[in-house]
Design a protein around this ligand. Structure first.
Ligand code: PLP
Length: 375
C-alpha cells in the first residue's frame, strides 16, 4: 500500500499531521465550538430564496469582488459602536476564516519568513503556517494564559517575526486579550499583526475589540467568522477588516472567483437577519457560565472564558473521561493539554446532558478532600 512517505511530497510537509478534530455524529456535539442552535426557520426560508435566485445565473462566474457581501459585512461590523466607519474597501472574505488566514500567510508569510504565536492557541494557526512554508515561532504566555504587553513585546524583540498572531478570546483557553497588548505589539514590530476574533460576539457586552484599534494602524488585521456566534459554520464564511492596502494584498493570492455565488447570496441574506441569527448568544453565554459554576462545584478548575466554550483542568484522565462521555453520546474536545478538556456551551438541554454526565462520572469529594462521603 502506498503511504504519504512514499510520495514525492514537499520535504517540509513530511511527518506533519492534518487538523484532527474527530468528526462524529452524536446526540450531544460540544467539540468544535459551533453555535448548536439551528438558524430560525423564517431566516432559513429567506436564505433559500436568495440562493434560488442566484441559481438562475449560476452558469456565469460570481462577482469576483463580492461587493454586496463586503457591504453587508462592513455594515455588520459598524454596528459595533467601538469600530471605526468601515466600508467595503476595508473588508475581505473567504471560505471560512481559515482561508482568510491562509491568504494572509500567502501574502505576508512564506518561505524564509516567520509567524509568532502564543500557544496553547488555535491549532490551525501553526498548521496554516506549515502549509504556506512559513516558520512558526512559539512564544509563551504569562500565568493563567495571559499575554501582557511586556511579554508580547519581549517575544517580538527577541524573534523579529514577520507576522504576529493573536487569538482574542483565545481558543482553546477562552482567555480575553487586552487591547494594550495588541497596541504594544503593533508598535514593537514593522510586520503584520493579526488578531483572530472568531469569538468576539461572546465577549462581555461593551468590551471593545481590536476593531477599535484599526484607525491609523495599516498593518493591523482583524479576522472574524460567521462559523461561531452567527450559526453559519456549514456555509463557510470568514472575513477580515483592515486597511484597503491589505485588501489589495489579498487580491494577489486568492484564486479568482474563490467565493461561490451561492455562498455570497447565503451570507448576504443571513447578515440581513443579524439580530435573529445572534439571538441565542446571550443564552449561550449563560450556558457557558452554568458550565463554569457546576464544573467548579464538582472540583474541576475551569478557566475564565470570554468565548462560547470552557477549558477545564483537574481531570485525572482526560482520555478516559472523554471516552466515557462519548459512550454516553456526548462529544467534547481532548486537545492533549495535560489534565484538561474543552467543552462548547450548547443549548440548555445539551448543557444539562453534559453536566449530568459529569456529575455521574465524577467521584464525590466531600469538603476537605475526603472522597466518597457515604451520607
Ligand atoms: C473556529 C475558529 C475559526 C473559524 O474558522 P472558520 O474557517 O471560519 O470556520 C477561526 N479561528 C479560531 C480561533 C477558531 O476557533
Amino acid at each position: 500500500m502506498t503511504t504519504l512517505d512514499d510520495l514525492p511530497i514537499r520535504d517540509d510537509l513530511r511527518g506533519l499531521s492534518p487538523y484532527g478534530a474527530p468528526h462524529l455524529h452524536l446526540p450531544v456535539e460540544l467539540n468544535v465550538n459551533e453555535n448548536t442552535h439551528p438558524i430560525p426557520e423564517d431566516v432559513a426560508r429567506d436564505i433559500i430564496e436568495s440562493i434560488a435566485r442566484e441559481l438562475m445565473t449560476v452558469n456565469r462566474y460570481p462577482d469576483r469582488e463580492f461587493s454586496d457581501l463586503r457591504d453587508s459585512l462592513a455594515a455588520y461590523l459598524n454596528a459595533d459602536s467601538s469600530a471605526p466607519g468601515l466600508t467595503r474597501e476595508n473588508i475581505w472574505a473567504a471560505n471560512g476564516s481559515n482561508e482568510v488566514l491562509q491568504h494572509i500567510l500567502q501574502a505576508f508569510g512564506g518561505p524564509g519568513r516567520t509567524v509568532l504565536g502564543f500557544p496553547p492557541t488555535y491549532s490551525m494557526h501553526s498548521i496554516i503556517a506549515a502549509s504556506t512554508g512559513t516558520e512558526w515561532v512559539a512564544g509563551t504566555r504569562d500565568a493563567e494564559f495571559q499575554i501582557s504587553p511586556a511579554t508580547a513585546v519581549d517575544w517580538i524583540e527577541r524573534t523579529k517575526p514577520d507576522i504576529v498572531f493573536f487569538c482574542a478570546p483565545n481558543n482553546p483557553t477562552g482567555t480575553a486579550l487586552g487591547l494594550d497588548t495588541i497596541a504594544a505589539a503593533y508598535d514593537a514590530t514593522d510586520g503584520i499583526v493579526v488578531v483572530d476574533e472568531a469569538y468576539a460576539e461572546f465577549m462581555p457586552d461593551g468590551d471593545p475589540t481590536a476593531l477599535s484599534l484599526l484607525e491609523g494602524r495599516p498593518r493591523l488585521l482583524v479576522s472574524r467568522t460567521m462559523s461561531k456566534a452567527f450559526a453559519f459554520a456549514g456555509a463557510r464564511l470568514g472575513y477580515l477588516a483592515a486597511d484597503p492596502a491589505v485588501i489589495d494584498a489579498m487580491r494577489l493570492v486568492r484564486l479568482p472567483y474563490h467565493l461561490s455565488a451561492l455562498t455570497q447570496a447565503a451570507a448576504v441574506a443571513a447578515l440581513a437577519h443579524a439580530p435573529e441569527m445572534l439571538a441565542m448568544v446571550d443564552d449561550i453565554k449563560h450556558q457557558r457560565d452554568r458550565m463554569v459554576e457546576v464544573l467548579t462545584e464538582l472540583g474541576y478548575t475551569p478557566w475564565p472564558s470570554a468565548a462560547n466554550f470552557v477549558l477545564f483542568g483537574g481531570v485525572s484522565d482526560p482520555e478516559g473521561l472523554w471516552q466515557q462521555l462519548l459512550d454516553r453520546g456526548i462529544i467534547i474536545r481532548n486537545l492533549s493539554i495535560p489534565g484538561h478538556l474543552r467543552v462548547s456551551a450548547g443549548t440548555a438541554a445539551e448543557t444539562t446532558a453534559f453536566l449530568d454526565a459529569m456529575r455521574e462520572l465524577t467521584p464525590m469529594v466531600a469538603p476537605g478532600g475526603a472522597s466518597d462521603d457515604p451520607r
